[in-house]
Design a protein. Structure first.
Length: 149
């Protein structure tokens, strides 16, 4: 019996759309599972050097949970365009103002830094509320393992 391994290539990749509800799920747990969907690791034909992941629509990013004292003790840093200066913002404020960016940044740091990362990250669509603009693609709801334990 001839057993061969199926390897994906760009011509054979079939992409699906998934809808994920981020309510009451910790940020890291949510980001790691979204990164797996974006890379395609849930598929039996996963190939590391081929972009075989799916599209992910994330809803309710403003209801993401940060465990411990991360709301007050963790900061996001960015350059201020002046030499030697840095701007910082508490994750509490970042969650209130730009929760979709906070999730995007966490997922970006969990996807490997390869040539495929930009294309994989472009397939994640994050929304603060429960409504999204991708109904035409008929996304399937996906339940992620997580939540407070």
């Amino acid at each position: 019996m001839n057993k061969t391994t199926k390897m994906a290539n760009p011509q054979t990749v079939v992409r699906e759309w998934h809808v994920v509800d981020a309510s009451d799920i910790p940020l890291g747990r949510l980001a790691s599972q979204i990164a797996q969907l974006l890379r395609g690791k849930h598929k039996p034909t996963f190939t590391p050097h081929t972009d075989c992941g799916d599209f992910v629509v994330v809803l309710n990013t403003d209801k993401i949970v940060l465990t411990g004292a991360k709301l007050t003790d963790k900061f996001h840093y960015r350059p201020s365009r002046y030499p030697g200066n840095m701007k910082q913002i508490q994750y509490k404020e970042l969650l209130a103002e730009r929760s979709d960016y906070m999730l995007w940044l966490a997922v970006k740091r969990m996807v490997p830094n390869t040539r495929l990362r930009d294309d994989q990250m472009n397939r994640m669509k994050a929304f603060k509320g429960a409504e999204h603009t991708h109904q035409a693609q008929q996304p399937k709801p996906r339940k992620l393992v997580g939540g407070r334990r």
